[in-house]
Write a protein that binds this ligand. Structure first.
Ligand code: ZN
Length: 407
C-alpha cells in the first residue's frame, strides 16, 4: 500500500485495541463489546460504583492469555482497577479510624477540611451541612487490599484509572428530588449535570492516593493508565519519586561500540529484569501510559530520557485531545500534529475514553488511528500493526507475542 492511503478501507482485521475507556458507565452497552470491530477494550474502574462492574465484565470477557491469536471471540476485555483523582476526597489515608465504623460527623468534617481546597476552616452552618452531605469517607487501605485481591484474580489486569488533576471541582451532592430524576441507565457516581461545589481536592491528598496505587502496581508488576490534567509536572515528579536511584545506566556511543551490537542505546535497550539485584521487587511500575495526554511537547521530552527505567506510553483520543472533531474532513490542529510527531513510534497508543461501547467507539478509534497514521506518514496497515504491537507491549510487557520494540 502507498504511504498515503489514509482514505482507504480500514484494516480492522489487523487488530485495533482501545487502551482506555469506560463502557461500564453505560452497562446496557456491554453486550455490544464482543461484536465491535475493535478487538479488545482496556476498561477502567474509577470509583466505588464501577469496581464491581469492571470485575464482572472481566469475569465474562477478560482475556485469558497474552497470545491474541488464541483469544476466543468473547475474550475482548482487559480490565483495570483503580481510584480516580476526581473521587480521591472520598478516601481517607490514616489508620487512626476503625475501618468497620463510619466516621462521626466531626471526624467527617475534619477529613474534608484536610483534603479540600479552599479549606473550609470555620464552616458556617450551611457549609457544614454541605460537607456532611458528601459521601462518608472510606479507608483507602481497605480499597488497596481489595484491589490487590482483584488483581491477583485477574493476572492481566492493569491499575487504572489513577492520576492527578488540578482543574476539576467536586460536584454538589444530589438533592433527593433531583436524584429521583437522574438517568437510571448511567452508573451512579458521575457528574450528570450536577452543579459544581467550590471545592477541589488538594494535590497533597491526590498524590498520596496515586502514589499508593503506583506502589501496588510496582509490587504486582502491572502496567498503569494515568490521568493528568493541569498537573503534568506533578505527575512526572510523582513517578520520578518512585524510580529515583534506579535509573538505567545509559551507555555512551563509544561504550556501545565497544560492547558490539548487543547493546543498543536509549529506549531500545534491553528491558530491565523485574527484580533488583537483591531479589526485591522494583519500587516503580514497569509500564505507564499517560492517557489522553494533554501536556505539551516539552513535558514529553522529560519522559524520553533513556535513564528512566519505566516504560512510558502516550495515548490519544478524539474525545479529549481533539475536542470531539468528528468528521474526517476536519483538519487536525497543528499543536496536536507537533505533539504526536515528537513521540517515538513505539510509545504511541490510541483510545476512545468513551462511556458507551459500540459503533461510536469503533468510529472514534478509527478516526484517531487515521489521524495518527497521517501525522506519522504511516500506511494504514503499517500504523495499525505498530499501534497494536505497542498496546500488546503496554498491557502484557515482555510476554507480549511479537510485541518487542519496532524494528
Ligand atoms: Zn478516563
Amino acid at each position: 500500500m502507498a504511504p498515503n492511503d489514509q482514505d482507504g478501507p480500514f484494516p480492522w482485521h489487523l487488530g485495533v485495541f482501545d487502551s482506555h475507556c469506560h463502557p461500564t458507565d453505560t452497562m446496557s452497552s456491554i453486550k455490544r463489546i464482543s461484536s465491535m470491530k475493535a478487538r479488545s477494550l482496556t476498561i477502567m474502574a474509577t470509583r466505588s460504583q464501577d469496581q464491581d462492574l469492571v470485575f464482572s465484565v472481566a469475569e465474562k470477557h477478560g482475556v485469558k492469555s497474552s497470545k491474541i491469536e488464541d483469544w476466543k471471540r468473547e475474550e475482548c476485555v482487559v480490565p483495570a482497577f483503580g481510584w480516580h483523582p476526581w473521587f480521591s476526597y472520598q478516601m481517607y489515608m490514616q489508620d487512626e479510624h476503625e475501618e468497620s465504623k463510619l466516621l462521626t460527623e466531626d471526624q467527617k468534617i475534619t477529613h474534608y477540611q484536610s483534603v479540600l481546597q479552599p479549606c473550609p476552616k470555620d464552616p458556617t452552618k450551611e457549609e457544614r451541612r454541605a460537607l456532611l452531605s458528601m459521601p462518608d469517607p472510606q479507608p483507602f487501605n481497605k480499597f488497596l487490599r481489595e484491589t490487590r485481591k482483584t488483581l491477583l484474580r485477574h493476572p492481566y489486569a492493569l491499575i487504572g484509572e489513577i492520576g492527578l488533576d488540578r482543574s476539576f471541582r467536586i460536584p454538589e451532592s444530589w438533592i433527593p428530588e433531583n436524584e429521583a430524576q437522574r438517568n437510571s441507565t448511567l452508573t451512579p457516581g458521575g457528574r450528570e449535570g450536577r452543579r459544581l461545589s467550590p471545592y477541589r481536592v488538594n494535590l497533597k491528598h491526590q498524590k498520596a492516593i496515586v502514589k499508593a496505587q503506583l506502589q501496588l502496581a510496582a509490587e504486582l508488576g502491572r502496567a498503569v493508565s494515568m490521568h493528568g490534567v493541569q498537573a503534568h509536572g506533578a505527575v512526572f515528579e510523582t513517578i520520578k519519586e518512585l524510580w529515583v536511584g534506579h535509573e538505567r545506566k545509559v551507555l555512551s556511543k563509544r561504550e556501545r561500540r565497544k560492547m558490539g551490537d548487543g547493546a543498543k542505546g536509549g529506549s531500545e535497550e534491553k528491558r530491565e529484569p523485574e527484580e533488583t539485584k537483591d531479589g526485591k521487587k522494583k519500587p516503580y511500575p514497569p509500564r505507564i501510559c499517560l492517557h489522553s495526554y494533554s501536556g505539551d511537547a516539552s513535558t514529553i521530552k522529560q519522559y524520553l530520557n533513556p535513564a528512566i527505567p519505566v516504560e512510558m506510553f502516550f495515548s490519544f483520543s478524539t474525545a479529549i485531545n481533539l475536542s470531539d472533531l468528528e468528521s474526517r474532513d476536519d483538519s487536525t490542529p497543528q499543536d496536536f500534529v507537533e505533539l504526536v510527531k515528537g513521540i517515538p513510534d513505539h510509545m504511541l497508543l490510541v483510545e476512545s475514553d468513551l462511556h458507551v461501547a459500540g459503533e461510536d467507539m469503533d468510529q472514534r478509534l478509527e478516526d484517531i488511528v487515521r489521524r495518527i497514521c497521517g501525522i506519522k506518514g504511516w500506511a494504514l496497515e503499517e500504523g495499525v500493526k505498530q499501534l497494536g504491537k505497542n498496546w500488546r507491549r503496554f498491557v502484557f510487557g515482555e510476554d507480549a507475542e511479537g510485541g518487542g520494540p519496532a524494528e
